[in-house]
Design a protein around this ligand. Structure first.
Ligand SMILES: [Cu+2]
Length: 261
């Protein structure tokens, strides 16, 4: 709660955006038909308002889980510059090699980011789901991350207008009563230019969208629109300190919703 209030208070002072930081692991379509290398854009941004982008440090880890087999993606990391609507920021690219049918669950552990306005570090451990051939193979299994969301609906093809539920875990245990921030990628990044595209929606009045997990650590959100939706739990991870300062170790999950046509 503190961070939401802090963000709102800051807004009145410097007219900074009130919505949330979100770590992206982005590619336009998570549903893959042919084998090949899938480019991923790792961007730390305010995607719902097409707002300020933050400089990422070199990620601590990135891997994909495929049928219980861990594929190290750190060797594919390449620095790039993301051009947001307001500013440019250090970001990264990675490559996901997709060969066989099934779920490829990518987990990114970024370097802790120092947020000067709050005098804290933020580390958003982020899961994004890819699938080849429409064959489900483990999207509903936890990866054993320090904190993570485990989806209760298949995350790579949610129908716009339906609901999405997930369970929040910290060290494998459900987290009840956690605040979940909800975000939409308003201006999808261009894969060639690494620039934010045209915004399709504006920022919401009233600041960040928020849900609360129930006693089993589960939240549900009615997904109103096709596109990329992200969910973040602030401070749900076990690590609370980095370089002598407070660390918010967050869980982030991304899903892709489609219109039923
Ligand atoms: Cu922010």
């Amino acid at each position: 709660m503190n961070r939401l209030f802090a963000a709102a208070a800051l807004t009145t002072l410097i007219a900074a955006p009130a919505s949330a930081h979100f770590q992206l692991v982005y590619t336009p379509d998570p549903n893959i038909e042919r084998p090949g290398d899938v480019p991923l854009k790792l961007i730390f941004w305010h995607p719902m308002e097409n707002g300020h982008a933050m400089d990422m440090g070199a990620p601590e880890d990135i891997f994909a889980m495929f049928k219980g087999e861990k594929i190290d993606l750190t060797g594919s990391l390449t620095a790039m510059t993301f051009k947001g609507a307001d500013n440019e920021a250090a970001a990264y690219e990675a490559t996901l090699p997709v060969k066989r049918n099934g779920d490829y669950i990518v987990a990114l552990t970024p370097a802790p980011y120092y947020e000067g306005s709050e005098d804290i570090y933020i580390q958003q451990i982020t899961k994004t789901f890819f699938n080849k051939g429409g064959i489900p193979t483990g999207w509903d299994e936890p990866l054993g991350l320090p904190t993570e969301f485990v989806p209760l609906n298949k995350p790579n093809n949610v129908i716009a207008g339906s609901t999405f539920s997930a369970q929040l875990l910290s060290e494998g245990a459900p987290v009840a009563g956690a605040e979940i921030e909800i975000e939409y990628i308003a201006a999808e990044p261009d894969m060639e230019t690494n620039a934010a595209g045209e915004a399709t929606v504006g920022a919401m009045p009233g600041g960040a969208l928020v849900a609360i997990t129930d006693e089993n650590g589960v939240f549900t959100f009615g997904v109103p629109r096709a596109g990329h939706w992200g969910f973040a739990a602030l401070g749900s991870g076990p690590d609370t300190e980095h370089e002598g300062k407070e660390l918010s170790q967050d869980a982030v999950i991304w899903i892709k919703a489609y219109d039923l046509e």
